[in-house]
Design a protein around this ligand. Structure first.
Ligand SMILES: Cc1cc2nc3c(=O)[nH]c(=O)nc-3n(C[C@H](O)[C@H](O)[C@H](O)COP(=O)(O)OP(=O)(O)OC[C@H]3O[C@@H](n4cnc5c(N)ncnc54)[C@H](O)[C@@H]3O)c2cc1C
Length: 558
């Protein structure tokens, strides 16, 4: 067993990331936001930590004592600091609520088990006493996957705990012959990479939430990293797993492929903590690359760049490791000099970043093959600078979201995926929906996950905050969700379902699909304690699309 040497700084309680890395909005950008989008400073400043409003702890002392008997006194925390840091995730409404000092969804306690057996015992105890359990990894969910439900149709619970996986942070074993490593779910991605690097290995999973997200969260939410073109999605990396459920333990995956019935891994990948808690993962690993090379290409238009990506994805042989194409608006907004915004307009073309990781010979070969395809598709080579710039800033964008919110701009990201033939329709449908729901928004998009049959679309929207930013978010989210469902895309390529996509997911899988999920839930979690209100469509919502949280039901002011 190996444990990581470093642990990440605790996440900023009210926003994203390491507080020491908090960004400032440059004055020219602030000016442009006012000029182009009409952004004005919000009426009230963000709440301070001391101003946050928490509900009283609902769990009675005997329940806390029983939990402590399983995991140890110091691993059951009901103090304000722990409760606030485990309130919801990091979506735009999550941040808006926290900035308003609203921690009404806080768990009653945070429980940190140190082993599979302790997880199993906590689940048994919670099922017996009807305590809802929110499995909590890095807390980076952006779809309401960590919002605790206390009562209502899903509830009648004695209380809610966040089951934090942070102490499940060991590299259990490495099988260098099979290139499989067993790791525990509470390892944050950098810790996992550090442990694997000591063996000359890498997972190759680098989502933008890399600094804080955990392996368990990646599996439970079917994450996809920025190097997915080369290393694959996280769900493709999972060779096997151990899961604790209120009904018992499952050990899944004993061979690279199997014809022994339906693949039960797929029941838990993407299950978002509703069926069980993943306590161990057997993951495919790669040799750490000797060379990493990134470069930029320019295309006349998003359509031309998309066609080039398709050709790369459909060619025989290995693709680049990273492929990322920004549309005209995102390319323009990413220009080095903010003053160029507006002036360059849609004439700036589209930036494609291609990255190659591997041995020197492999990288050279793949670069040449990709270059031949890209040139033939009309691309102009821009050299390494745009690629290096992207690689250096790849984890810093989320820090900007906090300063944009503070400046009075609402920022949201949302994503979908579709087949190549349908991608232009999906792209236009979501753009139109966002432009229709918001006043003069900046709507940007990129493609960063490609497959032989299709690709993902990732939208970033910036708009001036209204006096009711949660209501504004809810209206835009509803419009985007409806557009995605109607245009034939999936409601999520990699963020997951959570609460925010639950109704749209119900529409995507249909009544029978919902029934199957409820059947599995009933078998594994008969008391319904695991993440109530997340993912699983309820009977009444099947057939309706939309945004679950603050979407159809309210103006978003929860
Ligand atoms: C700034 C930012 C950038 C992001 N970029 C990306 C990106 O590039 N690619 C991407 O795929 N996603 C991205 N995300 C979304 C998020 O990081 C992913 O969904 C990630 O997989 C969540 O991991 P986590 O450890 O934070 O899980 P959490 O947010 O803690 O949990 C996510 C869900 O999984 C459940 N869960 C957590 N651990 C377990 C477990 N051990 N067993 C069972 N269920 C569990 C939770 O209950 C919850 O429903 C981003 C989010 C943010 C805030």
């Amino acid at each position: 067993m190996e444990t990581p040497l470093t642990s990440a700084e605790p996440m900023l309680w009210s926003g994203w990331g390491d507080p020491a890395k908090a960004a400032e909005l440059p004055a020219p950008v602030r000016g442009l936001l006012t000029e182009l989008l009409g952004v004005r400073a919000p009426a009230a400043p963000a709440a301070t930590f001391g101003e946050v409003r928490l509900p009283p702890v609902a769990l009675p002392p005997p329940a806390l004592a029983a939990l402590a008997a399983v995991v140890g006194d110091e691993h059951v925390r009901a103090d304000d600091d722990a409760r606030i840091r485990h309130t919801r995730g990091k979506s735009t409404p999550d941040l808006l609520l926290m900035r308003a000092g609203d921690a009404s969804d806080a768990p009653d306690a945070v429980v940190l088990p140190g082993s599979h057996d302790e997880v199993a015992a906590v689940l048994r105890l919670c099922a017996e006493h009807r305590v809802a359990v929110v499995p909590f990894g890095g807390g980076t969910s952006v779809v309401g996957g960590l919002v605790a439900t206390r009562c209502g149709s899903e509830g009648g619970f004695a209380g809610v705990i966040a089951l934090d996986s942070a102490r499940l942070n060991r590299l259990v074993s490495v099988d260098p012959v099979s290139m499989v490593a067993e790791l525990e779910p509470g390892l944050r991605a950098p810790q996992a990479e550090q442990l694997l690097a000591a063996h000359g290995l890498t997972l190759g999973h680098f989502p933008q939430s890399y600094e804080y997200a955990t392996l368990g969260g990646f599996a439970a939410a079917r994450s996809s990293g920025q190097a997915s073109a080369g290393y694959g999605r996280f769900d493709d990396m999972v060779a096997g797993m151990t899961v604790a459920t209120p009904r018992g333990t499952l050990e899944i995956g004993r061979a690279p492929k199997s014809a022994a019935g339906p693949d039960l891994r797929q029941v838990f990948l993407g299950s978002e903590g509703t069926f069980g808690v993943i306590t161990s993962l057997r993951l495919r690993v790669h040799r750490a690359p000797a060379v990493r090379a990134y470069e930029g290409w320019r295309f006349e238009s998003f359509a031309a760049g998309t066609a080039a990506l398709r050709r790369l994805a459909q060619q025989e042989g290995p693709s680049p490791t990273v492929l990322r194409l920004s549309d005209e608006t995102e390319t323009m907004a990413g220009l080095a000099k903010p003053a160029d915004l507006g002036a360059a307009g849609r004439d700036s073309g589209c930036l494609l970043v291609a990255g190659f990781e591997g041995s020197p010979a492999d990288v050279a070969g793949r670069r040449d093959r990709a270059a031949a395809v890209l040139v033939e598709a009309g691309g102009v080579h821009l050299g390494p600078e745009p690629g290096d710039k992207w690689a250096q800033g790849r984890f810093s964008a989320p820090y900007l979201r906090d300063c944009l919110l503070a400046a009075g701009a609402t920022v949201e990201t949302l994503e979908t995926a579709g087949f190549w033939s349908n991608l232009p329709r999906l792209y236009e449908a979501v753009r139109l929906a966002l432009h229709g729901a918001l006043t003069s928004p900046l709507v940007m998009c990129h493609i960063s996950h490609v497959y032989a049959t299709g690709a993902s679309l990732y939208f970033t929207v910036v708009t001036a905050q209204t006096g009711d930013p949660l209501g504004q978010w809810a209206a835009a989210k509803r419009a985007a969700n409806e557009a995605i469902v109607r245009a034939g895309g999936t409601i999520s390529h990699h963020h997951g379902v959570g609460r925010d996509h639950r109704e749209a997911y119900a529409a995507e899988i249909g009544d029978l699909g919902g029934e199957i999920l409820r059947g599995i839930k009933e078998r594994l979690d008969p008391a319904g304690i695991l993440n109530p209100g997340v993912l699983i469509p309820d009977d009444s919502s099947a057939g309706h699309d939309g945004a679950g949280r603050g979407g159809w039901r309210s103006t978003g002011a929860e």
